[in-house]
Design a protein around this ligand. Structure first.
Ligand SMILES: C[S@@+](CC[C@H](N)C(=O)[O-])C[C@H]1O[C@@H](n2cnc3c(N)ncnc32)[C@H](O)[C@@H]1O
Length: 242
């Protein structure tokens, strides 16, 4: 599985929102900005600012981030106990992270701790798979399987729906929250579709028979081609000031 390609695909879905939020929070003039859970650097690679930092729990994606975001200072560490002093960043953000963290309220509280008063905390993209919409109805099972697979992997696939409440619980003054609109229902290009299925096949390979996956894959392809496919996962953002 090419995870950098997947993270780049997800970064494409949220680019418009990111540009808006980074503009609102003044990333270009920020003295120090940090992405928590930066993965392979798909987001960091698009940011130009004076002092850019990335942190991830796992060394393997960070090795890739060194290539994709060569100007960023990268650190291996845990979002639940950030290895930075208090109030040392102007802007701290995350993108598809909190669903993977065992205590997302604590992760947000840590992000707040290291942000200077008047600085910003942004959670750019957190899905809620409990509200996923799949049409035609025969494909609804895909959403259920993917939700179960995320749970087995330790994620909370419904976190997006609780994002605003978590900001509140972490003591961050919420400025704006909502769902990302740019993830429309246009048919994916064939490479996007292949990537989406590569993720699904990877997630389901131990729980669903191969024949069944291939049958649904053919059905999915046909539904997109006939304009009958609807696939929507509400994905939430929130930003606030410290
Ligand atoms: C879905 S990936 C997103 C990567 C990147 N934010 C992006 O959107 O391209 C989630 C990342 O969070 C990292 N992660 C998970 N739990 C973490 C934690 N407690 N502290 C720091 N990073 C964590 C994972 O290692 C992974 O690289």
């Amino acid at each position: 599985m090419n995870w950098h390609a997947r993270y780049t695909q997800q970064a494409n879905w949220t680019r418009e929102l990111r540009n808006y939020l980074f503009e609102q929070t003044g990333i270009k003039t920020a003295k120090r900005a940090l992405e928590v859970g930066c993965g392979t650097g798909a987001i960091l690679s698009e940011i130009q600012t004076r002092s850019l930092h990335g942190l991830d729990l796992r060394p393997a994606p960070l090795m890739e981030a060194r290539v994709h975001a060569p100007t960023a200072s990268l650190t291996c560490g845990d979002g639940l106990s950030l290895p930075y002093p208090a109030e040392c960043f102007d802007l701290v953000f995350c993108h598809y992270l909190l669903l993977w963290v065992s205590d997302p309220r604590k992760a947000l509280a840590e992000m707040k701790r290291i942000t200077r008063p008047g600085g910003y905390v942004l959670a750019l993209a957190e899905p809620d798979y409990s509200a996923r919409v799949d049409k035609p109805a025969e494909l609804a099972v895909l959403g259920r399987w993917q939700t179960e697979s995320l749970q087995r992997q330790g994620a909370d696939p419904t976190l997006g729906g609780r994002l605003a409440a978590l900001f509140d619980q972490a003591g961050i003054r919420l400025i704006e929250t909502g769902t990302i609109e740019s993830q429309g229902n246009e048919a994916p290009t064939s490479s996007e579709w292949e990537l989406e299925w590569a993720v699904l096949e990877n997630d389901l390979r131990e729980s669903v028979p191969v024949d069944e996956i291939q049958r649904l894959k053919r059905l999915d392809k046909r539904a997109w081609a006939n304009g009958k496919r609807i696939l929507h996962v509400p994905t939430y953002f929130a930003w606030g000031q410290v």
